[in-house]
Design a protein around this ligand. Structure first.
Ligand code: TPP
Ligand code: MG
Length: 572
């Protein structure tokens, strides 16, 4: 990577003396990074970026709330492996986007938020929409800065992208004062970094000695288990993970965007027996997911097990609990190296004890499923949420990308919906942000037009960003949407009931009986209402056939709660 190209003003083919504005420089840097679309809600502070995007052939996708723009940029990054970008105006435009940036921060998603700012010449004078954006963004980004000078605009965009990929990826923020953005400078004064020449790959192979040790552990373990977390997808480690679990015969569990790494039905794909496996394993390998609340902070692993953690971020390895071996590195490179190191001595994986262990887990898996089967097939009316999510699971194909946005209803789906291929699962991530659904649909339909998108919303979650259903109509982006409607914020209601009793369970969590199907039709989409379980599948099929953005409003039983909701540690 050569950083000595700063003298190269522009791409050389354009006239060096021709002045260029900050917004056009920003667009050039976005183009250099491969950004094809910016998500935005307009404001006078940022329009010069739009004008630059026109020149560079970057699509400007305008939404109805800046939170949506930021979530869409996050979603776009997750799906393409390239950074996503949102552009918002100063003040309330930027504060509206904070939640989206925060979500990307916790989800390790490399997006760039560009915010407007009052003119430098009016610094701290009380200009329209002036706020200390950089101070606000610093704790939730990997990099937050002001562009101080027009000539630096493209250079700083590239700097922000470079920072997005330091360690585990994450968001960056740049604010650009209005006068800096609108001013023009001679092209030769501005560094416009050349594509592929301003940042290096940050993939790391891991300490070779640690890799050898892990290979050894896996060969000799009798009861190993591996958890393939979100970084398995971030690092595009699907092939490496599949090769490892198959060659070394290791049962695999998946979480977050790691879901789908192995397809359902694969002999190494396990889901419902995770707790049993982690309580009884002699070796547990955690790949690319922290010991956070989703993992009980690492407390639920067998005290006898040897615990290995692989992560992009050194700060995650060994955090919250002791480990026996830690490897900082990229899942793709590390897992390939481990398989390689173990090759030629994989007999342990084929031994009788290992075989018995996999059978034991398969039995636990079947027992858990059998226990749930009556609810999955329930004909009850009102519809049991398990029946709804089971119908959705059956409806998904290899090409269906599933998005979950809600409380209890999405907790139900987490146990039942199995994406059939990698990259086909999106959830907010550890920030647990309601409202990611519609923006993720927007990003998914643009980043992966080849995919069918199926999104399940809670009625509460949908309401937060639902107006951008209109954006999906406006841009002609069909998807199959389902609202699991219980007229409540039910996940919270459960906690209130458990804590304060039946008489006080309905405070601050009750929504109206909103017909979301009619909302969809009002905005130009397809909408249907479902009250009986047998109507779910035909309605899903019709939504698929409609070729429009759709919402099927499914009335579900508000008295049914997901086990995951009832077991939440925050109520204990
Ligand atoms: C932005 C945001 N606000 C509030 C919460 C807290 N919260 C978690 S689940 C939940 C209820 C969601 O209701 P709904 O989407 O209808 O799903 P349900 O639990 O009813 O199935 C709430 C409010 C959150 N996670 N995110
Ligand atoms: Mg609800």
């Amino acid at each position: 990577m050569s950083d000595d190209s700063q003298e190269a003003a522009g791409d050389g083919r354009e006239r060096a003396q021709e002045p260029i504005s900050g917004g056009h420089l920003v667009a050039k840097a976005l183009k250099a990074e491969g950004v094809e679309v910016v998500y935005t809600l307009c404001g006078g502070h940022i329009i010069d970026i739009y004008d630059g995007c026109v020149d560079e052939g970057i699509d400007v996708v305008d939404v109805r709330h800046e939170q949506v723009a930021a979530h869409a940029a996050d979603g776009y990054a997750r799906l393409t492996g390239r950074p996503g970008c949102a552009v918002v105006t100063a003040g309330p435009g930027t504060t509206d986007a904070v939640t989206g940036v925060a979500n990307a921060f916790r989800a390790e998603s490399p997006m760039l938020l560009i915010g407007g700012q009052g003119a430098h010449t009016q610094h701290k004078m009380g200009s329209l929409q002036d706020l200390p954006h950089v101070d606000m963004m610093t704790p939730i980004t990997k990099f937050a800065a002001t562009v101080p000078d027009t000539a630096r605009a493209a250079d700083m965009v590239s700097m922000a992208f470079r920072e997005c990929y330091h360690g585990a990826p994450g968001p960056s923020f740049l604010e650009i004062p209005r006068d800096v953005l609108d001013a023009k400078v001679p092209r030769e004064q501005a560094r416009v970094p050349r594509p592929g020449h301003y940042r290096a790959s940050t993939r790391q192979a891991g300490d070779p000695e640690a890799v050898e040790r892990l290979a050894d552990l896996l060969v000799h373990a009798e009861r190993p288990a591996i958890l393939l977390g979100g970084q398995t997808w971030t690092c595009r480690a699907t092939d490496a993970a599949r090769e490892l679990v198959r060659t070394l015969n290791v049962p695999a569990y998946m979480n977050g965007s790691g879901r789908g790494t192995l397809p359902p039905g694969d002999p190494h794909h396990f889901q419902l027996s995770r707790r049993y496996a982690f309580s009884n394993a002699d070796l547990i390998v955690i790949v690319g997911t922290p010991f956070d609340f989703r993992m009980g902070y690492g407390k639920r692993l067998s005290p006898e097990a040897t615990v290995v953690q692989i992560d992009l971020d050194y700060r995650t390895v060994g955090k919250n609990r002791d480990i026996d071996l830690g490897i900082v590195g990229s899942a793709d490179l590390v897992l390939s190296a481990v398989t390689q190191a173990a090759s030629g001595r994989v007999n342990g994986g084929q031994g009788e004890k290992r075989k018995a262990w996999l059978e034991e887990l398969r039995t636990a898996e079947r027992t858990a499923l059998d226990k749930r089967l009556p609810q999955l097939r329930s004909d009850a009316s009102p519809i049991h949420p398990y029946r709804l999510v089971s119908e959705i699971n059956d409806f998904l194909t290899e090409d269906s990308l599933y998005i979950g946005d809600g409380g209890d209803i999405v907790t139900f789906s987490g146990q039942v919906v199995q994406p059939k291929a990698p990259g086909n699962w999106m959830d907010p991530g550890p920030l647990g942000t309601l409202g990611v659904g519609v923006p993720f649909v927007l990003a998914a339909k643009q980043a992966r037009p080849d995919k069918e998108v199926v999104a399940l919303f809670g009625d509460g979650a949908f309401s937060l960003t639902g107006w951008d259903f209109e954006t999906l109509v406006r841009f002609g982006l069909p998807f199959v949407g389902i609202v699991g409607n219980n007229s409540s914020m039910n996940q919270i209601r459960y906690g209130q009931r458990a804590k304060y009793g039946d008489a006080r369970e309905r405070v601050g969590n009750t929504l109206g009986d909103v017909p979301y199907d009619r909302f969809a039709r009002m905005l130009g989409g397809h909408g249907e209402e479902v009250r009986e379980p047998g109507e779910i599948r035909p309605a899903l099929e019709r939504a698929r056939e409609s070729g429009k953005p759709s919402l099927i409003n499914v009335w579900v039983d508000p008295e049914a709660y997901a086990p995951g909701t009832m077991n939440q540690t925050m109520y204990k």
